[in-house]
Structures are given as C-alpha cells and as structure tokens.
Design a protein around this ligand. Structure first.
Ligand code: NAD
Length: 497
C-alpha cells in the first residue's frame, strides 16, 4: 500500500508519528493509499526548515522569484495529465474538471509572475521640506496554507504562488483526503528552482494545524474549508497574534427572473449545480425562480436534464460528474435529502438509490432535485455539498434579493435576466461577496480577488489579486529627511502644513 509522507526541505520525508489517514478511490470505493498525519514535532521541524530558508529567499530579488514562477507554470503544464489523474482518482471529480482545477490555479501563478511590479511600494517626493515618504511591502516570514479536499490544485496555488513570490517561505497542510497533487506541486516547485525549504508540505489533521497556529514563527495562515473550522482558525489566530484569512462554506443561489432566457439559464444551472458532484464552494445548490409560472417552466426543463445526467467513473472523459469524496459524505448527503423531504420539500428527482453498474462500491449518488425549499428548513440553511439542487420560489424581485442576502452564507450568487437595470440593482443590493450576471459560477479571475461574506469568510483580506499581495506582505512606511540639518528642537507634533 502506498504511503504518502511529507515534503520538507526539498525532499519527500516519511512520516514518523505512527498515525495515518486512509485515501480512497471514490469511483471504486477502494482504499488506495494511506497518508501520514504529522505530529506537533514533525510540524515544528518543517517550520524550522522554512524559517532557515526564509533568511535567504526574502533577499532574492523579485525578478528572480518571478522566474521561478514562470518555470513552475511551464512544469505544471507539462505535468497536467499526471496531476489531473491524481486529483480525479482521489477526489472523484472528472478528468476535464480536474484539468480545470489545475488551470485555475495556474492563472494565479501567472498573476504571481508579475510580482516585481505588484510588490512595488509607493513614493511621495517632498512631502515636507527635504522630506520624502515611501512604503515597502516586505515579506512576513514563514506562512502556511490549510487547504480543503475539493480543489487540491487550485487552492494551494492560490496561496503559495503569491506568498512565495512575495518572498515568504510556505507550509501547505493539504486535506488528508487527496494529498498526492499538493505533494507533486511541491516537487515541481523545486524543479522550477525554488530553494530547499521554500515550499513544504506537511500532511496531517487538527494536531498539525494547531501546531502551525501556535508556533510564533508562523506569521500568516490562509485557510479554506468548512465554516466552523474557518471560524475556529480565525479565533485561534487572534489568540496567537497570527494573521489569518479563513474562507468557509457556502450555499449559493441562482436567481432566474421571469424575463431570462430559460434554456440558457437551465443549461448553466445544471452544470453549476451538479458539476463536480456539487462539491464546489461556488456551486449553485439553490435555484430561485421568480414570479408566477417561472418555477413550473424551470422544473419542466430541468427534470429531464437531471434524470439524464451522465454519472460515471471519474477517469472517464464522458462523465458529467463522478462520485462524491467519501462514503461518509455520501451518507450525509442522503440524510439531508431525507431531512428536506421531512421538512416538506417535494422530491422531483431522488438520486438516493443510484448505483453505477460495475462500481457498486463507489461513493455515487444520483442527481437530486427538490422543490419548495424555504428559509425555515435546516436543509436549506445548511451546506449539503452534493449533487442536490433545491428550488426556493420567490414571489418577486425583492424576495429574490432577500433570500441570498439573509442566508447565513454569502459566498456567491448569480442572477439570470435580460434586463440590465434589474441585474445592476440586484448586484448592488445583494449581501453576498461574489455576484454573477448570466454567469453561474462567478469565480473571479486571478487578477481580481476571491472572497465570500458572512459565514463564508472570516477576516478582511481576500484571496489573490492585489488583495493576495496585501495579505502576504506587511507594509512599512519610511519618512526621511535629507539634508538632515534641522534648526533647533521641535516639541510639537510635526505637520506638513
Ligand atoms: P474541512 O473544513 O473538513 O477541511 C479543511 C482543512 O481543515 C483540511 O486541511 C483539514 O485537514 C483541516 N481540518 C479538518 N478538521 C480540522 C480541525 N478540527 N481543526 C483544524 N483543522 C481541521 O473542509 P473540506 O471538507 O476539506 O472542504 C469542503 C469545505 O470547504 C466546504 O464547506 C466548502 O464550501 C469549503 N470550501 C470553501 C471555499 C471558499 O473559498 N469559501 C473553497 C473551497 C471549499
């Protein structure tokens, strides 16, 4: 049985804690490998290494740091198929979707290639007599990223590409469910020319996460995962004076106004609700048809498409979606479907009995469509994170804005309409961090920033774009006077007035 260890100081390292997690192939249901779960001491050893590496990497000029990123991008592109197979076999997402996961991460690497420009400070000449003011964006030191199972390529790259380009050294603590891709990315960073210790991977669970938060040498932590853990990490970070951004769960709504192009809306909705078996934080598990009759039209168009979803092995190019990540997760999704029915929702398509011939032990669940979800229902308030679409009907535009705005999560939302004024008003009013207009999954491009509101995001600074550069650097402002000859002492606060 393959045993995944860690990647520390430029090489693969065997875990010594004696604790392991199981890594499954969700398509077959087989345990395919185990992953070492690091102890506190092993995690601290990785911080030692990263701290040593920082003393040199921080002084490598930005253009050279950018060159490592250019080379890394090239190597990841060459290794795309290998990485996609790793992701698909451990996560269960289809191969084309796994390639998308890598590609979206690479776009942040491309952004990080611009670091010489992005990390420049500002300069004010002659702010006072002989006085100039300038600011520096300096790296923080050892940084860490704690990443979820559902984007094992994109989310580590969101974090380490910008952090390392800024001159930090990095420890990625990936999900224990799919460790292969993050380990391979670290190997490729070394091949790209990153010095030993600049990117390390420590596999583990709560023990290693706590060790990272509590270590005063770790200066910043980026977390992406479920909301309760995001909140825990944010609170712990405050306790230990560690900079933290923590992104949590989601329950995104896709609003369909009565004037929308229904065929287009349904085509977009089916992909965003069921793609990746619904295991995306930007999936759209709630459809909101607005006004008389819109729901009936929507259901008529949706039902055959949900029944016709091609659910298959994750390594097939022909599957629309594969299995979900684990047996426990599949069972949890099924229990939420039952909960929704008990709460009074109408099952239009019930995927609980789905099995895939030849893969009876795989973690499959069929596409499910439920009508009449409402804010009093726990199954509507909670994130289900599976191929389950709930319809929450809205009487009018105001109710359509209120549903996502009042929901506990505020990651993404989409509105489908032909009316530009309505779309504009919706985008301005809705209390959600990322909005799509006729775009079902509005994940911003790498040079804009990603971040949800309410229980989808704890902290003030978003992922990637210039916000990423802000998060992974500290600003220093220098006020200097040349020539230095000042007449007499000044006892009053200096002003430039
Ligand atoms: P998770 O919260 O179970 O795990 C995320 C990370 O936290 C993993 O590295 C895991 O090992 C670690 N972890 C787990 N339990 C911990 C504990 N008690 N203490 C400290 N660390 C712990 O999330 P997941 O199941 O891997 O990922 C799915 C979740 O992530 C969903 O809620 C999804 O919406 C969310 N997500 C959010 C975004 C976003 O940007 N907002 C993006 C992707 C996924």
């Amino acid at each position: 049985m393959t045993e995944h260890g860690h990647f520390i100081n430029g090489k693969a390292v065997t875990g010594v804690s004696g604790r392991f997690g199981d890594v499954f192939n969700p398509t077959t249901g087989e345990r395919q490998s185990v992953v070492a779960l690091a102890s506190t001491a092993e995690t601290q050893a990785a911080v030692d290494v990263a701290e040593r590496a920082f003393s040199e990497w921080a002084h490598v000029n930005p253009q050279r740091r950018a060159r490592v990123m250019f080379k890394f991008k090239e190597l990841v592109e060459k290794d795309m198929e290998n990485l996609a197979r790793m992701i698909s076999s451990e996560h269960g997402k289809t191969l084309p979707d796994a390639r998308g996961d890598i590609q979206r991460g690479l776009e942040v690497v491309e952004f990080a290639c611009g670091i010489p420009h992005l990390q420049k400070g500002e300069y004010t000449e002659a702010a006072g007599p002989g006085i100039d003011v300038y600011s520096l964006r300096q790296p923080l030191g050892v940084c860490a990223g704690i990443t979820p199972f559902n984007f094992p390529a994109m989310i580590p790259m969101w974090m380490f590409a910008i952090s390392i380009a800024c001159g930090n050294t990095f420890i990625n603590k990936p999900s224990e469910k799919d460790p292969s891709c993050p380990l391979r990315l670290a190997e490729l960073m070394m091949e790209a020319g990153a010095p030993e210790g600049v990117l390390n991977v420590v596999n583990g669970d709560k023990e290693s996460v706590d060790a990272l938060i509590q270590d005063p040498r770790v200066k910043a932590i980026s977390f992406v995962g479920s909301s309760d853990i995001a909140q825990y990490i944010y609170a712990e970070g405050a306790k230990y004076n560690t900079r933290v951004q923590a992104f949590g769960g989601a329950k995104n709504h896709l609003i369909i106004l009565p004037d929308a192009d229904m065929d287009n809306a349904v085509n977009q909705l089916i992909g965003s609700a069921y793609g990746s078996a619904g295991e995306r934080c930007m999936a759209t598990p709630v459809a909101v048809p607005v006004g008389e009759g819109t729901a009936e039209t929507l259901i008529e168009l949706l039902r055959p498409k949900v029944e016709g979803l091609r659910i298959g092995p994750s390594n097939s190019e022909d599957s629309d979606l594969g299995p979900v990540v684990s047996a426990a997760h599949r069972d949890r999704i099924k229990s939420y479907i039952q909960m929704a029915i008990d709460e009074g929702q109408t099952p239009i398509v019930d995927g609980r009995d789905f099995t895939l011939q030849g893969y009876e032990n795989g973690f499959f669940i069929g596409g499910t469509l439920l009508d009449h979800a409402s804010p009093e229902h726990k199954s509507y308030q909670d994130e289900i994170f599976g191929p389950v679409l709930q319809i929450a009907r809205a009487r009018d535009f105001e109710e359509a804005v209120a549903l996502p705005s009042k929901h506990q999560y505020g990651n993404g939302v989409a509105v489908f309409t032909r009316n530009g004024a309505a779309a504009r008003e919706f985008a301005q009013k809705v209390n959600v961090g990322m909005v799509g207009v006729n775009v079902p999954i509005p994940v911003p491009v790498a040079y804009h920033t990603f971040g949800g509101w309410k229980r989808s995001g704890f902290g003030d600074v978003n992922q990637h774009g210039t916000e990423g550069v802000r998060f992974w650097t500290k600003i220093k402002t220098v006020t200097q006077r040349w020539p230095e000859d000042v007449q007499g002492s000044e006892f009053v606060i200096p002003t430039m007035g």
